[in-house]
Write a protein that binds this ligand. Structure first.
Ligand code: KG4
Ligand code: ZN
Length: 373
């Protein structure tokens, strides 16, 4: 029953978690930077790395403290998530940790380096094994956290977040092959940009999801981009532009003379209808791509992960799929370290460890490696 400390700092969340035996989450601490980036409506890399530096040690300490308080009988309550009681008696929790896991790819370089350096330092200082995991694969693994039910394989895996829309064939947790991805915007990115067009807050997904529940999904027929007949790739930039033109009008001129309507974004029922119609287009595309993938690989289940997998409309739409669909618990949809610690357990059990030369791999290096394959 390995106990693994996971560390996450790939983008704009600083997170640490202690997971026992791959699915029992003893602590899950996430320091969100949403408030810092909200006014820019997106992640500012320099701000993100500075915030990681400030947050990383307190977050790791809190994760260890909560897990220590959480060493308990199986039927007792989980301890509160935060903040840890500084008065509580801390034995030496580090001595119970079997390995240090870190998401080392893909991400923003300044952000990644903080988590990777912290993980290497702890591993070296404590004499514990280091395990580097792929952040996107870890999003898939998040479906087993706090659940201990394994999806039947092979599975179709879809990670849909602010940075990724990636479709996988999952034969086993360490046998994951990319079979499709977005050729432009990620679906979460489309949510965030459409929310900006509509004057809603950042990140946009939860706002649109909430309003969509009160709207008519047939009010506006937005395009569903499916690409070639058998294609498993995605494209969301046309949908985003369709919403823009619907709200502001189609530009009448080009270049510096570009003109669009300056009418304020819709409000009330019209806004809810627009959100519902946009969301219906996203869900339709995801539904069709998943069905294509299931057919092509003969999948026995579907695994969803990433921030957009928290979407209530998507969850409802996939509830009646022909094969079982696995969603993460809500708290493990967005970025967290429990998913990395969980996936690292599979590596641990197979004796597959990283050395202290473990690299931080950025989004662009990652894309180049994929293209070369
Ligand atoms: O996985 P995540 O925390 O970070 C990335 O790796 O990108 O995902 C964040 C994304 C944002 O784009 C956010 O708008 C979206 O997930 N999101 C949602 C919902 N909650 C978060 N999108 C649709 N519906 C939601 N309920
Ligand atoms: Zn993520």
């Amino acid at each position: 029953m390995p106990t693994i400390l996971g560390i996450e700092s790939t983008c704009d969340e600083t997170a640490a978690s202690v997971v026992v035996d791959g699915c029992d989450v003893r602590s899950n601490v996430v320091a969100s930077q949403v408030a810092l980036h909200a006014k820019y409506r997106g992640v500012v890399p320099e701000i993100a790395s500075r915030a990681h530096i400030e947050n990383i040690l307190p977050v790791i300490r809190e994760a260890e403290q909560i897990a220590e308080c959480g060493v308990r009988s199986a039927d007792s309550q989980k301890p509160a998530r935060s903040p840890a009681n500084p008065q509580s008696e801390i034995r030496n929790p580090k001595s119970e940790i079997d390995a240090i896991a870190v998401a080392h790819r893909p991400g923003l370089i300044g952000s990644l380096l903080i988590g990777v350096t912290a993980a290497k330092t702890l591993a070296w200082a404590l004499g514990k094994p280091l395990i580097g995991v792929d952040h996107v694969h870890a999003h898939l693994y998040s479906v087993v956290l706090d659940r201990n039910e394994q999806p039947p394989m092979p599975a179709v895996g879809l990670v849909c977040s602010g940075g990724h829309t990636a479709l996988y064939r999952v034969n086993a947790w360490l046998d994951v092959t990319l079979i499709g991805s977005t050729i432009d915007d990620a679906v979460g990115e489309a949510y965030d940009k459409v929310a900006a067009i509509l004057g809603l807050g950042y990140p946009g997904g939860p706002h649109i999801d909430k309003l969509a529940a009160q709207g008519d999904p047939r009010a506006v027929r937005f395009p569903r981009t499916l690409l070639r007949k058998e294609s498993l790739d995605f494209s969301f930039s046309g949908l985003k532009t369709a919403v823009l033109y619907h709200v502001r009008g189609v530009p009448t001129k080009h270049g510096p003379d570009i003109r669009t309507a300056t009418a304020p974004p819709p409000t009330g029922q019209a806004l809810a209808d627009l959100c519902a119609s946009f969301q219906a287009a996203c869900i339709d595309v995801i539904d069709k791509k998943l069905k294509r993938a299931i057919k092509q690989i003969g999948a026995n289940s579907v695994i969803l992960g990433g921030g957009v997998s928290a979407n209530r409309g998507l969850r409802a739409a996939l509830a009646h799929f022909p094969i079982p669909v696995f969603f993460p618990q809500m708290e493990y949809c967005t970025d967290n370290a429990a998913m990395s610690a969980g996936l690292a357990t599979v590596y641990f059990n197979e004796g597959r460890f990283s050395d202290l030369g473990l690299d931080a791999v950025t989004y662009s290096q990652f894309a180049e490696t994929r293209a070369a394959r």
